[in-house]
Structures are given as C-alpha cells and as structure tokens.
Design a protein around this ligand. Structure first.
Ligand code: GTP
Length: 384
C-alpha cells in the first residue's frame, strides 16, 4: 500500500482539530467543566500550529517555524492547567506563562544554530516532557488516582513521554537537517500523534467519569448535612444486612424535639444550623463504630448499627442524646439554641428481620419516647 504523507498529515490534522473542537464545545456547554476548556483551547492551538507548519512553502518562514512553535508551547502548557482545573486546584498562570516564555526565548536564541531543526525538535520534546511531568504530578498525587480515567491518562502521558525521549535521542543523533528526512523521526511523530488522539479521548473520559461521580453523590446525599439521604440509606442498609446475615443488628430513629418551634422562634437558617450540628455530632459519636447513618427526612435521622456496635446500641443512643442535650448550639447568626432529641431503638437479627420491620419497630419506640416526655431513648435490643 502506498501512503502519501501529505494526505496522511491532512487527515490527521483534520481529525485532531475536529476532536479538540468537540472537547472545547463540551467545555463551553458545561461551564463547570473547566478542564475541558483548557484542553479544548490547547488542542485548537496545537491544530493552528500544525497548520502553520504544514503551510510552510506558502507563508513566511518565521510564521511557520517560530510562531508555530511558540503556539505549540502554549498549547502544551494548557495540558497542565487543564489537569489542575480538573482537580479544582488553582491554575498557576504566572509560572505557566514564564515557562512558555522561557521555551520561546530559547527557541529564538538557537534560531541561527547550524543544526536548528534538530535542536528545535529536542527543545520541543523537552518542553513537552516538562509540561507532561507537571501534568503527571497532578494526576498521581490526586486522591482520585485509582479511577480508571486517571490511570488511563497517567499511562498515556508516560507513553507519550517515552516517545518524546525517543525523539530527543534521535535529534541528538542526527545533525544539520538530517533528522527531517529520517524515517525513524517520521515514525516517532506518527506514534506521537496517535497517542495524542488517545490522550484527548482519555481527557473526555475523565471529565465524564468525574461528572458521573458528582451526579451519583448528589443523588445519594442530603445537600444540607451531606449525610446519606433516605434512598441511599435504604440501599446501603439492605447491603449491610445481607453482609451481616445471622448477626445481631440495631436500628435507631432520631427525631429532634419541638423542632418546629426552633424554626418559628429562631428562623429557618437557625433550624438548618441545628440539623448540620446534629450531623457533625453523629459523625463524632459514630466514628468508632460500624454504623451506617443518614437523614431520612425533615428532622429525622436513622442509624443502622452492625457488628459489635449492635450490642452497644442502647449506650450509643444514650450518648448521642446526652451529647446533644449537654451544650447549647451556636447558630451562624450567634443565637444559642438548646436542642434535644428523642430516640427509638429496635434490635433484631439480620436476615431474619427486614429493614422495614426494624424501622417500624424503632418508629413505635420513638413514638413512646415522644409520649413519655421527649429527650429520652425508648425501645430495646430484643423487641423483635
Ligand atoms: N430549618 C429546617 N426545618 C425543617 C427542615 N425539614 C423539616 N423542617 C421542619 O421541621 C419541623 C418538624 O415539625 P414537627 O413535625 O411538627 O415536629 P416537632 O416540632 O419537632 O415536634 P415533635 O417531633 O413532636 O417533637 C417543621 O417545622 C418543618 O418545617 C429543614 O431542612 N430545615
């Protein structure tokens, strides 16, 4: 098969430009996806640069060489800033501009060197390695580094850096324009472009992956307290009951006392502050235990205790009640609210008793707690 290099280049350039244009459009359509905008603009700049290089016979040399390369340096730097934006870390514009400026100054400084082509290729590859190393650092230090998209990008960036190292080695091997005609150099460039395609697809993948995880969190959590919402609690509780089949489990239902009065007397915001306070208190009190908890609605919270924690359920419930009643809650507008809670407790054996039965039993115990004066725990471990 005969390959016409010029045609291949046009095909590659067109596909690359369309792909990066798609990334940019997605970044503009979804303003919260800042990373896509960085990578999209970077891709467009790279396409412009490649076009200038391709137009070499028809345009002034300085435009198709120096300007094209400086644009390419800027494009490379956006890979790094895109990674920072993805991680919601501050973009370091000043450092980024300085590095691009330094690379451009070096390019202009070597423009009269006899082996300008080779030195330029080595400079570009070094600049590429520098920005990709910075990008790699962002990805490998991320708490999300185990995600598939992150691992994909890390692998591709490493492969790209290897290919660039090969390019630098070639540039050092040849002299005074011989590199341009080398089939190895053409091959290295071809591999690089293919990997670049894959990298752009991985960028899109990683953004969708992050979006999916964000949506999942939104669907599972109560936005005010950050606790699991009712549906998520039920889903997770069913899983836990299956895992602990045959073992004792306990369920607590907490309901704040006279909470309507808090809203009426102190305002809705103060009411929200009380709910957030209780969520924090639950985190603190339940941290040592095997506990699943969530906000099941309004001023009602639910806790499933498994393992050793199930046997300690009455004590844990009493501790939560006592901790809430002990101190007044300071609201964001500096009011002080004395809040108490009633707690219903039910115990059973996972597998023998369903979540529904446990909740019904705990609700009945909660009703008793409300009837018997509030600010107390009612129910027992062996009621079912
Ligand atoms: N601030 C705030 N209030 C809420 C929220 N969700 C529910 N509420 C309020 O919680 C109150 C619940 O009132 P009730 O069901 O009458 O119960 P209560 O006043 O706590 O009385 P008892 O449960 O009988 O002790 C209502 O006023 C709701 O408006 C919320 O997200 N924020």
């Amino acid at each position: 098969m005969q390959l016409h290099l010029g045609t291949l280049y046009v095909v590659q350039l067109t596909t690359f430009t369309l792909l990066t244009l798609a990334v940019l459009l997605m970044g503009l359509r979804y303003p919260q996806e800042q990373a896509l905008r960085h990578w999209g603009i970077g891709g467009i700049l790279a396409s412009v640069s490649m076009l200038l290089i391709a137009l070499r016979p028809a345009i002034p040399l300085w435009l198709s060489v120096e300007v094209a390369n400086i644009v390419l340096f800027a494009a490379l730097s956006l890979t790094w800033s895109g990674a920072l934006a993805l991680e919601q870390r501050p973009v370091r514009w000043r450092l980024q501009f300085s590095l691009v400026f330094l690379a451009s100054a070096l390019l202009l400084a070597i423009s009269n060197a006899p082996a300008y082509f080779e030195q330029r290729a080595a400079l570009y590859s070094s600049c590429y390695m520098m920005f990709n190393l910075l990008t790699l650092r962002v990805f490998v230090s991320s708490p999300h580094r185990q995600r598939l998209g992150y691992r994909l990008i890390t692998t591709l960036v490493l492969l790209l850096m290897l290919a660039q190292m090969g390019r630098i080695t070639l540039a050092m091997h040849f002299s005074q324009g011989e590199l341009a005609g080398s089939p190895f150099f053409a091959m290295a460039n071809f591999v690089l472009i293919l990997l670049e395609f894959a990298k752009i697809l991985a960028f899109i993948f990683v953004c969708f992956e992050a979006l999916e995880i964000r949506l999942y969190k939104l669907a599972m959590h109560d936005p005010l307290t950050g606790l699991y919402n009712r549906r998520a609690f039920h889903d997770q509780a069913a899983l836990r009951l299956a895992v602990h089949a045959g073992q004792p489990v306990a369920l607590l239902v907490l309901d704040l006392d006279f909470f309507k009065q808090v809203n009426d007397h102190h305002g809705h915001q103060a009411g929200d502050d009380v709910l957030v306070h209780l969520a924090r208190l639950l985190h603190a009190q339940l941290a040592p235990f095997d506990a699943l908890y969530g906000r099941s609605g309004g001023e009602e919270f639910v806790i499933l205790l498994t393992g050793n924690a199930a046997n300690l359920a009455p004590l844990i419930a009493e501790n939560i009640r006592g901790a809430l009643a002990a101190d007044a809650i300071q609201t964001s507008d500096a009011q002080h609210i004395q809040q108490t809670t009633s707690i219903g407790l039910a115990g059973g054996i996972a597998g023998q008793h369903t979540l529904r039965q446990l909740i019904m039993e705990a609700d009945m115990a909660l009703y008793q707690a409300k009837q018997q004066g509030r600010d107390c725990v009612r129910g027992a471990m062996n009621t079912l």
